[in-house]
Design a protein around this ligand. Structure first.
Ligand SMILES: [Zn+2]
Length: 146
C-alpha cells in the first residue's frame, strides 16, 4: 500500500514536471534564432550588471567578457570575474580576455600590464612578441610596458 502511494506520488511529480517545463521548451522553439540571440545577450548583460553592482564583475576589457560567467564553479552565487586584478598582478586573465586583448579590445588604461599577464600563460619566452602586439594595438611603446 505504501509503495503504491509512493509510485503515484512519483508519477504525479513527473507529470507536473512535464507540464511545467513544456511551455518553456515550447516558447524557446517558437523563438527565431535572432530572438534567441537577443534574449541570450540581454540575459548576459543583466547577469553582468547584477554582479557588477555587487563588485563581483571586474573585467579588463572595454566590453566585459562572457566566459567568466560560466567558467567559475557553481555559477550564480559563486560566479565572478576578476580579470582586472589578474592583469594587475601579472597573472593571465580568462581565455576570452586574452584573445580580446590581443585583438585590441582590452581596456587601454591597463595596456602596460597586458604583455606580462599574457606571457604568464603563453610562456615568458614570448614576452617580446606579445609586447610588440600590445604596442601596435594600443599605441604604447614596448619600453613603457612592465
Ligand atoms: Zn575575463
Amino acid at each position: 500500500m505504501k509503495e503504491k502511494i509512493a509510485y503515484s506520488m512519483i508519477s504525479l511529480i513527473i507529470i507536473a514536471g512535464i507540464f511545467l517545463t513544456y511551455p518553456q521548451m515550447h516558447d524557446m522553439s517558437e523563438m527565431s534564432m535572432s530572438e534567441q540571440t537577443e534574449s541570450f545577450i540581454s540575459l548576459r548583460e543583466s547577469i553582468q550588471d547584477g554582479m557588477r553592482s555587487q563588485h563581483r564583475y571586474k573585467c579588463c576589457l572595454e566590453k566585459p567578457c562572457t566566459l567568466c560567467i560560466e567558467k567559475t564553479p557553481g555559477h550564480g552565487e559563486e560566479a565572478e570575474c576578476d580579470c582586472l586584478s589578474d592583469i594587475m598582478n601579472g597573472v593571465h586573465p580568462c581565455g576570452e580576455c586574452m584573445g580580446q586583448i590581443l585583438e585590441g579590445h582590452g581596456n587601454k588604461f591597463l595596456s602596460k600590464y597586458f604583455a606580462k599577464a599574457i606571457a604568464e600563460k603563453l610562456g615568458e619566452e614570448h614576452t617580446g612578441t606579445i609586447k610588440e602586439i600590445i604596442s601596435e594595438k594600443y599605441g604604447i611603446s614596448v619600453g613603457d610596458q612592465i
